[in-house]
Design a protein around this ligand. Sequence first.
Ligand code: URA
Length: 245
Amino acid sequence: MPHMTWPNLLMNTTNKDLKDVIDSVKAYIELDRASGISEFFVDQKNSDGVKLTACGLKPTSNDLKSLQREVSNCKRCSLHKTRRNIVFGSGNPEAELMFVGEAPGEDEDRQGLPFVGRAGQLLTKIIEAMGLKRSDVYIANILKCRPPNNRPPLPAEIEECEDVLKRQIDIIKPKVICTLGKFASQTLLRTETSISALRGNFKEYNAILLMPTFHPAYLLRNPNDKKLVWADMKKIMKELKIVYK
Ligand code: URA
């Protein structure tokens, strides 16, 4: 058979043949996807702004790398216009403990990594005081893009972005989530209770234990409250059977 380009092949093909070809390609893609291959995403979206696969199916990224790739060009809210980098999250994809903050600040936006500025350095110290490394835990934020001038996230931005965090949690399946500060705690717990009242007691988020605590940026301004955060971390360590050395 002479070599045929795609247009030639299609011109010599009946509608029924074409349908058969499309069905086989779809079956192939489904087979690939069932075995975890997700390289066939294209930059095409449905009316909800969800990126679709080459055959127009909703994506089912079942690992963090695929999910990160899927959202790598996200334009669901206006923060894409001012961000330098999407701050997806970092750490151990199989972490038992996941920290969730508010949104990237300037340093995070520049580096594309969560909690790398001054508050992040304090978070790293807290993690190390627990006898862990940053690479043992997973760190993410409610919003993946920096709000201009670090203003608080808007409800519409949370609505657009929260799905990514939910999917990260579904993939990681941590045993404990530690929400850092009022914003992350109130968002995940769907409450308006103050962080002072929430912190220190385990709650549940989709059957996962959730410990609200103060944000490290708050601790930089109120160092006397570090002891309260340490008390919260000790409860997490007890739950996860982390032995303090
Ligand atoms: N504050 C946050 O809530 N998240 C970061 O990643 C950095 C600072």
